[in-house]
Design a protein around this ligand. Sequence first.
Ligand SMILES: [Zn+2]
Length: 378
Amino acid sequence: MATVVEKSLTELVRINSVNPDLQADGAGENGVGNWVERFCDANGIEHRREPVMGGRSNVFAWLPGREPDRKLLFVAHMDTVPIVGYKGDPFRGERAGDRLYGRGSCDTKASLAAMLQALVQVKKEKPKSTVIVAGSVDEENLKSGAKVMAKAGIKYDGCVAGEPTDLELVVAHKGSVRWCVETKGVACHSSKPHLGHNAIVDMARVITAIEEMTEKFKSRVHPLVGQPTLTMSVIKGGVEMTIVPDHCMIQIDRRLSPGETPKQGLAEVEDVLEMLRKKYPKMNVRSVLPAREDPPLNDSSKERIAEVAAKACAEVANTGKFTGVPYGTDCSQLNLAGIPCVVLGPGSINQAHTVDEFVELAQVEKAVDIYRRIMLSF
Ligand SMILES: [Zn+2]
């Protein structure tokens, strides 16, 4: 017999909510938003939508608390990554053994289903804080939903973001700043290369100098997430075998440790470029901005939300040790707005974004209990 949360999760997985900015025919989050509203109506829970962009909306469900000024936010994104290459029907939502399969099952509809179920369970007990469960849009791409939530200026006293952490408690994660650097040269026939200026040769100098700069990251090991990284992940340049290339570009993915800002990540590379401009006066190099910025989740282990969540994790799942992860979440934006955040949810990140995504149902049941305890004791 399927439990209530399994039934919810199965229904959610069967709704296509592929992020339309990542896959052109992705259905977006509205089907999930509608489901959340129906769920709330059926359970006597208040709800509202918040428009974000292009007809896509965050959804909020809430229970008023005894202390109206105290607010505890639970957030789980409603979008999923694309289904290209998925093995079988990504929306089948079928159970096999103790697992439920389908796109979004672990990332992160299991968290959403468990949060809503916990909200229903605490309804009679009137929690101290007003508890809000939010479904956000666009986490898998630009985190536009979380950005709008953060900009609304509501003072949340704590936030739990649901992502597949295996019920481990994440109190810090890396951020990122991503952008392009380009060099411009002068094209000419390669039989007389001295008449031109080679943009690829300049870029080779840029790449080497940036790589050398990253040596200093070794001394910046963060106890929870390790050292920052910088990957030059794409290079494009040149036109033809016999033409001196007049353009070259690289893409940079700089992962920020807690405490670092996107601005700092950019500035360190800018310093390298400035040094090169002085050394090679003919070099025409620049960063193509604006960069795509996702700040890190700064260590929240001293916050009350971390303390309360650690206790609930320990009681239910024998987890709750403070950990850090290298990937980003909606907390990038929410923490930037001053909201103390932790990341905690059922399922493993190893199954997220895979072609046979699944979640262990036993973890989903435990997540309901953990979320319920946090709602009641925050
Ligand atoms: Zn996710």
